[in-house]
Structure formats: structure tokens, C-alpha cells
Design a protein around this ligand. Structure first.
Ligand code: TEU
Ligand code: CA
Length: 518
């Protein structure tokens, strides 16, 4: 068996996903910033059980951007947007994180730049410009009009006309996000240089945005819909391998964002020889039925589809979709926490989910994102003061009700969701079976329960989750008669020895049970 020391840090980590606009505003301009993140690092991990205990932060883009897509339209890959801080503050952030054993993962947006990036400004200036082929340009079709009928995921045509060139450029996302031409070696090289720039600053990895769109194939003019993705294209895999080599050289993690619903397609991002992404993001919990049978089937099939030798990751929310509580209902919020933090694979926790933040409705005059994603990007609710302690001025997006849903309110309460998250994270940290053990699902007497074993050497931990609104008896599912309760979603439950046949789970209760096999 591998010793723990050979296991890369990102397999042992819990990652915390920060939307920087909304984490903490240090200078009272209504927008979160890097100094704000620094000021709140002790909340994330001060090396004691009083803090959340996360091991890494993934911060969505903080480079200069006109914010057509809130940072995902990058105008300079090797600088920091002044609203978020400066290069000096970014360096300080990296230093302060490392001082607390927190790794730093940046977001990297390779598929497209901002339409205000100097590369695009040069590219659109003329058909003879030096960067004329850095983006995807096409002539109007012979009848005039768009080259093909392809659509942008955000609505409308994927083609935008440019008068100077008398040509169209392609944008899979907003028209302010022209797609780079990845067939061009100069583009590939410029992007690699940007990666190395941040790695040399001490960044520990990247979450590579929208990687399934790097290359596309355009079908006939008349064909509507989205361009065909060309994952089967050798070039895409070569690019992923190139990034992976760079990351491996620095000991960093390469996380790939490809929102796949098909397990074998998702698995293909690991690479045939496990030489592409370390962690292709897992979206299988984002839009599914939240019941025991379905969740078990899903976890079992993702486990089965994982290439041998690869490592999983799990998440229950992100900045592109409705909050977990609003998607599945608040009754599942503790169960979701326990599931996320007891499965095999790196958990990725979206800021605010640890206190159960829900979607905030956005009045029409406050809308920021044209695609309707603001509701899950609202300011972190620190306390119950006027702007939830996030800022002292009107924040960039409205805040939710922070009377009960806040870090301070829940921090004082040992029964709160936040306290449960802390317990789960610290338990996972000290329990090798939970952190690294094998996974095996079990049949339970009640179909409303999902139970699984996590095993590492002699250490065995049983997790049982009751997805129903009634008491349930999971029965003798673990094949062993008894165990000791380590943690329940009802944190007041006595940490006693239990006979499995007698164990009764309350509605929506989950339990982690230590099984001593010695
Ligand atoms: O998202 C890519 C992506 O898959 C989205 O189009 C997703 O389908 C949509 O947001 C669902 O609501 C990434 C980022 O996460 C997203 O915030 C960016 O807008 C997008 O890339 C473009 O950079
Ligand atoms: Ca600010």
C-alpha cells in the first residue's frame, strides 16, 4: 500500500470555491476583493477546529476584465483587476494562504478572451494584422449572413460581424468573449506562458474553464444548434497533456471544467494514460433526483466509470447554478454535507453552502449577469448587521436574510449547519478511511437509505443516509454487528456503540459509524 506521503496533496484536500466578488469587501466599495479574502482566511483554516479546516481555495477569475461575464472575459492574463487588488496583494494572498497550509487554485480561461483583450483588438483591426488568426474568423456565407447557423450557449448566433474585416468571429459564450483559435501554435504558447507566470508566483494549480470548447467543428451552414465538440480531436488532448506536464513539474493540480452528463465522456478528460486532467470536475450532483436509490446508482456508476488509478472529486454547488438548498430543499442540506464529505474523492465546497445560503431573488434593476446566475453569487453572510457584514456600503448584489444564515449566528451554535460542516471536515482530516479509503455501497433493509463503507487497511467506516421524511431502520447492512457512532447530522446524538439491527435514523438523518474489525 502507498504510504500517505506519496499521495498528492489534492487527493487529501477539501477545496473551498470562492467567488471573489462576494466573499469579503475590505475597502467598502461594495465588491469583494483579495485583501478581503486574506482577512477571512482564519475562518477558512486557522489550524484549529474552530475554523472550517479547508486545505485549498479555488478563486474564480481575478484578472482585469470588463465583466461582461464577471471575470470569465479576461483582458490580461498576467495581471490583477484593480477592483480586486494588485499583483502585490495577490502575492500576499498566496503567502498568507501557504502560511496556513492552504493551497491556492486559480481559474484559467483558455477558450476565449475578452473582446477588449489587446490580442482581439489587434486581430480585428485587419485581415493582415499580426494576430489575424488568433481567433476564429469566417467569411459571410455565399448568400451573405452568418457563416453557419450555430448558436451561442447564452442565446443568439455564435457569430458576430466585424465591419473592419468584413468577417464574422465565433463566440460560444457572450459576444464579448471571442473564442481563441487553438489551432494556432502562437496562441498555445502565449497561454502556456501565462500558466507558468502564475506557477512561478506560487499558485498551486488551476481550474481550467470550459475545456470542452477549445476546438470545434462547424457542420453545414443550415445546421442549427451548437458546434460539434471535438473531444475526439487529437489536438485537444495534446493541449491537455501539455498543461498537465507543466502542472506536474510544479507539483500543482490540473482541474478541468467540462460539464458532462455522460460518465464515459467525463472520464475521458483524465486521458487514456491518466496524463491529462488530475480532476475533471464532477457535475453529476448538480441536477439530479435527490433520493437514496438515485444517488446510490449515480455514485456507483461514477465510481465504476472512474479509470483505474484515477482520483474522484465531488461537488454539490457552484457559481453557475441555483444554490443547493434552493435546488433540492433545505431538508437535505445536512445530508448533502455528509455525503459530500464522506465520499471517496476530493470534495469541493461552494462558499456559503456551509451556512446553507439559498438563492437570493434579484430585482430587475439589480441584475448583473444576463444569463440569470446572480442568485447564487450573492455576498457571503458573515453576520446579521445591515449588509451581512460583507461590506458597509450597498453591495454589488443584494444580500440574503442573514438573521440565521450567517457565520456568526451559526458559529455560536454547536447544532448549526456550520458546526456540522466543521465537524465533518475535521473528522475527514483525521480519519484515513474517510479521506482515502475504498468505497463500496451496501444494500439496506430500507430502500430510503443509502449506505456505504469506506475502508482503508483495518480502518472501516460506515456511512448511512436516510433520504426520507420518516424514521428508518437500515438494518444489518454492514455485515458486522455493531459500531461506534462518530458523527450524526443530528450533532446532539450520543456518540455511543450501536447494534446495527437496532439503529433507527431520524428523518433526513445521516450517521458515520466506526466499525472496529480488530
Ligand atoms: O462555464 C462553462 C459552462 O459550462 C457554462 O456555460 C454552463 O453551462 C452555464 O453557466 C450553466 O449555467 C464556465 C464558467 O463556470 C462560467 O461561469 C462562464 O460563464 C463560462 O465558463 C464562460 O467562461
Ligand atoms: Ca472591495
Amino acid at each position: 500500500m502507498k504510504t500517505q506521503n506519496n499521495i498528492p496533496w489534492w487527493q487529501k484536500a477539501v477545496i473551498y470555491h470562492i467567488y471573489p466578488f462576494s466573499f469579503y469587501d475590505s475597502n467598502n466599495d461594495g465588491i469583494g476583493d483579495l485583501s478581503g479574502i486574506i482577512q477571512r482566511l482564519n475562518y477558512l483554516n486557522n489550524r484549529t477546529h474552530k475554523s472550517l479546516g479547508v486545505d485549498a481555495v479555488w478563486i474564480t477569475p481575478v484578472s482585469p476584465s470588463p465583466w461582461a461575464d464577471y471575470g470569465y472575459d479576461v483582458a490580461d492574463y498576467t495581471a490583477i483587476d484593480p477592483v480586486f487588488g494588485s499583483m502585490k496583494i495577490a502575492e500576499k494572498l498566496i503567502w498568507e494562504c501557504h502560511a496556513r497550509n492552504i493551497k491556492v487554485i486559480f481559474d484559467f480561461v483558455p477558450n476565449h478572451t475578452s473582446s477588449e483583450h489587446p490580442w482581439f483588438i489587434e486581430s480585428k483591426s485587419s485581415r493582415d494584422s499580426q494576430k489575424h488568426d488568433w481567433y476564429i474568423w469566417a467569411d459571410p456565407n455565399p448568400q451573405g449572413g452568418v457563416p453557419t447557423a450555430h448558436r451561442s450557449i447564452f442565446g443568439g448566433s455564435a457569430w458576430e460581424f466585424n465591419h473592419r474585416r468584413g468577417q464574422y468571429y465565433f463566440h460560444y459564450f457572450y459576444k464579448e468573449q471571442p473564442d481563441l483559435n487553438w489551432c494556432n501554435a502562437a496562441v498555445r504558447k502565449a497561454m502556456e506562458e501565462a500558466l507558468v507566470f502564475w506557477l512561478d508566483k506560487g499558485v498551486d494549480g488551476f481550474r481550467f474553464d470550459a475545456v470542452k470548447h477549445l476546438y470545434e467543428k462547424f457542420l453545414d451552414i443550415g445546421r442549427a444548434g451548437f458546434p460539434v465538440r471535438t473531444l475526439d480531436k487529437k489536438e485537444a488532448h495534446e493541449v491537455f497533456k501539455g498543461w498537465r506536464k507543466i502542472l506536474d513539474h510544479y507539483g500543482g493540480v490540473a482541474i478541468g471544467e467540462a460539464w458532462e452528463t455522460n460518465i464515459s465522456e467525463w472520464a475521458s478528460y483524465y486521458g487514456k494514460n491518466l496524463d491529462e486532467f488530475h480532476l475533471p470536475l464532477n457535475f453529476f450532483f448538480m441536477d439530479t433526483r435527490w433520493d437514496a436509490g438515485n444517488i446510490r446508482r449515480l455514485v456507483d456508476s461514477v465510481e465504476a466509470g472512474l479509470p483505474r488509478g484515477a482520483w474522484l472529486n465531488w461537488a454539490i454547488g457552484n457559481h453557475d447554478i441555483s444554490r443547493f438548498v434552493s435546488r433540492y430543499g433545505s431538508q437535505f442540506v445536512r445530508l448533502g454535507a455528509m455525503l459530500l464529505l464522506t465520499l471517496r474523492g476530493t470534495p469541493i465546497l461552494y462558499y456559503g453552502d456551509e451556512i446553507g445560503m439559498s438563492d437570493v431573488s434579484i430585482a430587475p434593476d439589480r441584475v448583473r449577469d444576463r444569463f440569470g446566475r446572480d442568485r447564487a453569487r450573492t455576498p457571503m453572510q458573515w453576520d446579521e448587521s445591515p449588509h451581512a457584514g460583507f461590506t458597509q456600503v450597498e453591495p454589488w448584489l443584494p444580500v440574503g436574510d442573514s438573521r440565521e444564515i450567517s457565520v456568526v449566528a451559526q458559529g455560536h451554535n454547536p447544532d448549526s449547519l456550520l458546526s456540522l460542516y466543521k465537524k465533518l471536515i475535521w473528522l475527514r482530516k483525521r480519519n484515513a478511511a474517510l479521506r482515502l479509503g475504498d468505497y463500496k455501497s451496501l444494500d439496506t433493509a430500507s430502500l430510503q437509505c443509502f449506505a456505504y463503507l469506506r475502508t482503508r487497511g483495518k480502518k472501516k467506516v460506515l456511512v448511512i443516509l436516510n433520504f426520507s421524511s420518516d424514521d428508518q431502520k437500515p438494518g444489518d447492512c454492514a455485515g458486522s454487528g455493531r459500531g461506534k457512532i462518530l458523527l450524526s447530522t443530528d450533532v446532539t446524538r450520543e456518540k455511543a456503540e450501536v447494534e446495527f439491527k437496532d439503529l433507527i435514523l431520524a428523518p433526513y438523518e445521516g450517521c458515520i459509524v466506526d466499525i472496529n474489525t480488530e
